[in-house]
Design a protein around this ligand. Structure first.
Ligand code: NDP
Length: 473
């Protein structure tokens, strides 16, 4: 018997993806650099389906039906290249290598191009949902050729999460498109988490609520428009009591957030593409600030305002509105980045389809994504989600509360960079005139960088060092 698909790299993600495939009735070949992992998988879970264990790459490849479908689930970066170099010589034209790791999309473009020359399809695939998702149904974002999706799509859709019967998996676009979209998904995840963290901080320090009370607030929010996996687990974490101290768990955790890099990539890529993603950038920077222990210690005694003037009743509702509005901004920025990446690399990504496959399986899964899908269905070319009827109305309704929350945070000295940058972005987009006009004037003054005028075409320069007449540049 041959396997329909094979997985190499059997740490938490690969092992659970292989089990998910087997549980869906697909015979799956399994391989790991260190064979003990392969053995352990078959011993522990062999009764869940048909596993074909292989100790060597040669045996692994031999056990696959043609065209071969080979999923690589190893540590991203050098290890992925090492595994490709090891397996590619054993493959034939038409075979497929699926990289399900968190690869940088630029690496995926490089690998795809190199393997395409050898006739091998390289399918850079975003997989979200952590180890539970991998086992029970992740959100899957495969890139690569349309031909490879014909051979792989049905299998991947089969093991993906489903929402209303629709698989959370679709062909994203050529070469690096899948990993690009996964990267932005993670960037949005950073922003979402930061906004939730700020909401908690404000409820705690402006409204004076205890963690258990805040957990209740999040539980209530989770029955409304904010319903999402992240809000749900936030309530769980806040309600959790530390066994050692008997106090709130959140109070014993060191307040230094870590990161693995996809949020940073989202911002670096946005800078390269010229897309403003302040909400995502502030989320990455907020984690960075938290981790600078020595810097924070040095600054600890800097003066701040009195926090006596605590927020009044209704503050939790105001925070809910600020959170919803800021979340819309973060998603609008993330989708803008996908739109820009798609245009830059010619991927032709269907934005509404991305919202559709993020509704289940992944970390940012939420009811809200149905709204985004509907917005792109109504106008696939919309320059920003903010102008969609539903979102424009929601933000319009929220803006008073949103401003109050940002003002309260500033007044009480509670950092709320996510809320503040989201509001600034909103106000920047709606501004009739931006002070960028002055910036242009300064640039022309010190560097003769020229400017354009509002009243006629062309580029101009003022002779700042001379008689200040204007000349055509
Ligand atoms: P790890 O990222 O911890 O990687 C461990 C696996 O990589 C092991 O199977 C290991 O083999 C293998 N490996 C490492 N170096 C090499 C090498 N040079 N040659 C061959 N194999 C090598 O595993 P995870 O399961 O956590 O993640 C797998 C991929 O999925 C990563 O790219 C990760 O970023 C991505 N991912 C992870 C998520 C998660 O929640 N953990 C979510 C979504 C994506 P050995 O046993 O021999 O050491």
């Amino acid at each position: 018997q041959k396997a329909r698909i094979g997985v190499t790299g059997l740490a938490v993600m690969g092992r659970n993806l292989a089990r998910n495939l087997a549980r869906h009735g697909h015979p799956v070949a399994v391989h790991n650099r260190t064979p003990s992992r392969t053995k352990a998988l078959v011993e522990e879970f062999g009764d869940e389906g048909t596993f074909l264990p292989a100790e060597t790459p040669e045996r692994f490849v031999e056990s696959l039906e043609r065209p071969r479908r080979l999923v690589v689930m190893v540590k991203a970066g050098g290890p992925t290249d090492a595994v490709i170099d090891e397996f590619a010589p054993l493959l034939e034209p038409g075979d497929m290598i699926v990289d399900g790791g968190n690869a940088n999309f630029a690496d995926t473009r490089r690998r795809e191009s190199a393997l395409r020359e050898r006739g091998i399809h390289f399918v850079g695939t975003g997989v979200s949902g952590g180890e539970e998702g991998a086992l029970h149904g992740p959100s899957i974002m495969p890139g690569g050729s349309a031909e490879s999706y014909e051979a792989l799509g049905p299998l991947l859709e089969d093991i993906s999460a489903k929402v209303d019967g629709t698989p959370c998996c679709t062909h994203v676009g050529p070469d690096g498109a899948g990993h690009f979209v996964k990267m932005v998904h993670n960037g949005i995840e950073y922003a979402d988490m930061q906004l939730i963290a700020e909401s908690y901080d404000l409820l705690r320090h402006a409204a004076g609520l205890a963690p258990a009370e805040i957990a209740e607030v999040f539980r209530t929010w989770n029955t409304g428009r904010l319903e999402s996996y992240l809000i749900e687990i936030t309530a769980e974490v806040l309600a959790h009591t530390d066994a050692a101290t008997g106090g709130p768990f959140v109070d014993v955790v060191l307040d230094q957030a870590e990161q693995k890099g996809t949020g940073r990539w989202t911002v670096q890529t946005a800078l390269d593409l010229g897309v403003p993603v302040g909400g995502i950038a502030e989320a990455v920077f907020a984690r960075s600030v938290s981790g600078h222990a020595a810097l924070r210690e040095a600054a600890r005694n800097l003066p701040g305002p009195s926090r006596a003037a605590a927020a009044g009743p209704g503050f939790a509702d105001a925070v809910e509105k600020a959170l919803y509005a800021s979340k819309i901004v973060a998603y609008a920025q993330g989708f803008h980045e996908i739109q820009a990446g798609s245009a830059e690399y010619g991927w032709n990504i269907d934005l509404g389809a991305m919202a559709t496959i993020w509704r289940g399986g992944c970390i940012i899964r939420a009811r809200f994504l149905d709204r985004i899908r509907a917005a792109y269905e109504a106008d696939p070319q919309t320059p920003t989600l903010l102008t969609d009827d539903h979102f424009a109305e929601a933000v319009g309704d929220a803006q008073g509360a949103w401003r109050d929350v940002v003002a309260t945070a500033a007044r009480l000295g509670i950092p709320a960079p996510g809320f503040a940058t989201a509001l600034a972005y909103y106000d920047s987009l709606r501004a009739d005139r931006l002070p960028a006009a002055l910036t242009q004037g300064q640039r022309d003054f010190f560097g003769a960088h020229t400017y354009r005028r509002t009243d006629r075409e062309g580029s101009y320069h003022t002779l700042w060092g001379g008689d200040r007449t204007e000349v055509t540049a």
